[in-house]
Design a protein around this ligand. Structure first.
Ligand code: MRU
Length: 398
């Protein structure tokens, strides 16, 4: 594994100090050891005003850390999927708004107009993950109407750091709640490994830390519960094969990679105790948009009576949408990811290869919507509930 830093310091020791919540539950779970890993996102520098990310396009072959130096860098990092995963997209958007403010004209009206435009550009970068619009709008609210430009910039920085810290705290709480679920299964299985299936990457790389679907896995690992994860490759972009496999391996969690088409068979064979996936946007009724292929897993899980859980922070709920099927905007990612595939060739070369005939027509919806009726429960920072109860546990957000 090669570690590179494109435009910052090489191999700098990363510090999470600015984001770490004072909450003691880290220690209870023993989850703190994951903090030593290269963060997917962090503020750094003496006054923690600079932002760096892992450029995930190079994983699992190279660990490339990149500084986002300007607003355009932030937009490109989301649009080009250097960062991806709903929570991380939101956190990066919040930081992007701060970077935009550094480039804004100082006169009040022009400053505000510039920031409105910046929010619009960010929101257009990727359509499905609602955390993006949530974070951009939150930053516009943070700006308020009064104050000098310097004061507004300071507020934006503080809010961006808070959004990142909250994301980390939410994922940790998702881990704690999900752990209860895994503990129950572990008791029933009398110390045989709990078999968890996941899809795409809803891991620490999709958030500031811990991840959403993986947070219960890391919590179980820290609690000494034997676990094994079935990772589906997640064509066309292979986030399972390239990202989830990489981060589980890095954390020492036993996993087995399978092609997407094997998942129905594995569920049918009784090899899975629990499916946990992430979410890019949930409607008020609990319908959940997630990476394409999630819906098929939910159908197969229902057919074989395997509990199917969706893990998400409340920032992924679109409170304006009563239901999700046919309503949540689904990103069309174009044909290239379908007709071609990228991987490592030889020792060092990352290369795209063509799979389909030159003129093959291809459709590439990036996400699908799993109806709430197929979801056994949702794991949030406030606990586990049925999809229909989300309005109840977050009634303060409506
Ligand atoms: O296209 P991506 O990689 O940004 O999509 C991410 C997902 O859909 C993940 O499956 C995840 O569950 C949602 S983010 C935790």
């Amino acid at each position: 594994m090669e570690i590179q830093e494109i435009n910052g310091r090489k191999n700098a020791p990363f510090s999470h100090a600015c984001l770490r919540s004072p909450d003691a539950s880290f220690k209870v779970l023993g989850m703190q050891k994951h903090q030593a890993k290269t963060p997917a996102f962090e503020f750094f520098g003496t006054r923690k005003r600079r932002v760096r990310i892992i450029d995930q396009r190079y994983l699992p072959h190279r660990l490339v850390v990149q500084e986002l130096k300007c607003f355009d860098d932030a937009v490109a990092s989301i649009r080009d999927m250097q960062v991806r995963g709903a929570p991380l997209i939101g956190v990066t958007a919040a930081a992007g708004m701060y970077l935009a403010s550094q480039e804004a004209p100082l006169k009040a009206a022009a400053f505000d107009a510039f920031m409105q435009k910046a929010a619009r550009r960010l929101k257009a970068a990727r359509p499905t993950a609602v955390n993006l619009a949530w974070a951009a709008d939150l930053q516009l609210k943070t700006l308020g109407s009064a104050g000098q430009a310097a004061e507004k910039k300071a507020r934006l920085l503080q809010a961006a750091r808070l959004i990142a810290a909250e994301d980390e705290a939410c994922c940790r709480q998702i881990g704690e709640h999900g752990l209860a679920l895994i503990k129950k299964i572990a008791r029933r299985k009398k110390n045989k490994p709990v078999q968890i299936m996941t899809h795409c990457n809803a891991g620490r790389l999709a958030a500031v830390a811990w991840g959403t679907a993986t947070a219960p896995v890391y919590a179980a690992q820290a609690a000494g519960i034997p676990i094994h994860v079935w990772v589906s490759e997640t064509r066309p972009r292979n986030q399972g094969a390239s990202l989830t496999a990489w981060e589980l391996g890095e954390a020492g969690v036993p996993y087995t990679l399978v092609v997407d088409n094997a998942c129905g068979h594995i569920l049918q064979e009784g090899l899975v105790d629990l499916v946990i996936v992430g979410c890019d946007r949930m409607a008020r009724n609990g319908d959940a948009a997630n990476k394409i292929g999630t819906y098929l897993k939910a159908l197969a899980a229902r057919a074989h009576r395997v509990p199917f859980y969706v893990a998400l922070p409340s920032s992924t709920v679109d409170w304006t949408l009563p239901s999700g099927v046919g309503k949540i905007p689904i990103e069309d990612r174009g044909s290239r990811e379908v007709v071609a595939m990228t991987g490592r060739c030889g020792k060092n070369k990352i290369q795209e290869i063509r799979l389909a005939p030159g003129k093959a027509a291809a459709k590439n919806p990036g996400f699908d919507v799993t109806p709430a009726a197929l979801i056994s429960g949702i794991i949030t920072e406030r606990g586990i509930c049925r999809p229909s109860q989300i309005k109840k546990i977050f009634k303060d957000r409506l």
